[in-house]
Design a protein around this ligand. Structure first.
Ligand SMILES: NC(=O)c1ccc[n+]([C@@H]2O[C@H](COP(=O)([O-])OP(=O)(O)OC[C@H]3O[C@@H](n4cnc5c(N)ncnc54)[C@H](OP(=O)(O)O)[C@@H]3O)[C@@H](O)[C@H]2O)c1
Length: 290
């Protein structure tokens, strides 16, 4: 059995990875207290005691607004600690799989689905720190696999969850309170179950940067209307989903990814549903309607 060290195992993605794959892998899932990724001694001690063959590095400050308000903390956790973990993984010859974000594209002005070749110049603290982490990780661990994940969703369950696309809309429907979505934002939105399902296949990828999630050609408002209509075809969408044309005044925010590279590199083993198809399958699985 491969031994996989998962950082951030108490988080949204990590907890689901653990639940899904615990029977197939020997998973090390230290808590924040057992392995503080911002602390040299803690990381050194942990790697002296354990020799994982894969490090799946999910731990981060994932709240982009919090990062904007706390840039020093964001830098320490999202950049410096990622570098520290990549170094430690390299020293014990472990594969390093690092979660970055589609937000690295948030300064791009191109339209359409963005591939990994486009030059990026992110505009926000979180995105800048993730990009810098990507670069430093690749320097110290040339075998690293870097995944640019999209916005992920799941429903509220016994597993950890934070506000996400479907929860925001479900809540708006339940409370009959309108929710706004930008007509100037384009992004893939992915069911976290697909992400978790494909993660083991990423351990065998050639090193490099890969977009990792659903494609989407619609803007976020259109995507929200489509999801709403699948859920509640009998209710008028514009009673709940409101178009926001003011957000992102400087330029439209297009962070929609193309996922062709990872599909080709994995010979089709990793192939995400398009955002709307993923939402449809999600609804069917959860049998939720209003
Ligand atoms: N969620 C999304 O939609 C999304 C989208 C794109 C990319 N990503 C990226 O995907 C990865 C997983 O995201 P997620 O949503 O699962 O994150 P999350 O739910 O916010 O979980 C973050 C995890 O990191 C841990 N952590 C934070 N600081 C730590 C430290 N100093 N030492 C050890 N552990 C620490 C947290 O533990 P404690 O809570 O105990 O501190 C928690 O387990 C992250 O890298 C995130 O940036 C997420």
């Amino acid at each position: 059995m491969q031994t996989i060290l998962v950082t951030g195992a108490s988080g949204f993605v990590g907890s689901r990875f653990l639940k899904r794959w615990a029977a197939e892998y020997n998973i090390l899932a230290p808590s924040h207290a057992e392995l503080d990724i911002t602390d040299d001694a803690s990381v050194e001690r942990y790697f002296q005691m354990h020799s994982p063959s894969v490090v799946l590095h999910l731990a981060a400050i994932s709240n982009t607004g919090y990062c904007e308000q706390n840039p020093d903390e964001s830098y320490e956790v999202n950049t410096v600690a990622a570098l520290r973990m990549a170094r430690a993984a390299a020293a014990c010859y472990a594969k390093f799989v690092f979660f970055s974000s589609d937000q690295v594209y948030n300064g791009n002005l191109e339209y359409g689905l963005l591939n990994e070749e486009v030059a990026v110049a992110p505009e926000t603290v979180y995105a800048k720190h993730k990009l810098l982490a990507e670069q430093l990780v690749a320097q110290v661990h040339p075998d690293a696999v870097i995944l640019r994940a999209t916005w992920m969703y799941d429903n509220a369950s016994e597993m950890p969850v934070h506000p996400n696309f479907v929860l925001n809309i479900n809540k708006a429907i339940e409370e009959r309170l309108p929710v706004t979505f930008s007509v100037r934002e384009f992004r893939g939105i992915t069911w976290v179950r697909e992400v978790v399902e494909f993660l083991p296949a990423t351990f065998n990828l050639m090193p490099g940067v890969y977009n990792f999630g659903a494609e989407n050609r619609l803007n976020t408002y259109e995507t929200a209307c489509c999801y709403f209509e699948m859920l509640a075809p009998q209710v008028k969408c514009d009673a709940v989903i409101i178009a926001d044309a003011d957000r992102y005044p400087e330029h439209e925010r297009n962070i929609s990814i193309s996922n062709r590279k990872i599909s080709d590199a994995s010979n089709g083993a990793i192939f995400f549903n398009d955002t709307l198809d993923g939402l449809r399958i999600f609804i069917e699985n959860n049998r939720r309607s209003y």
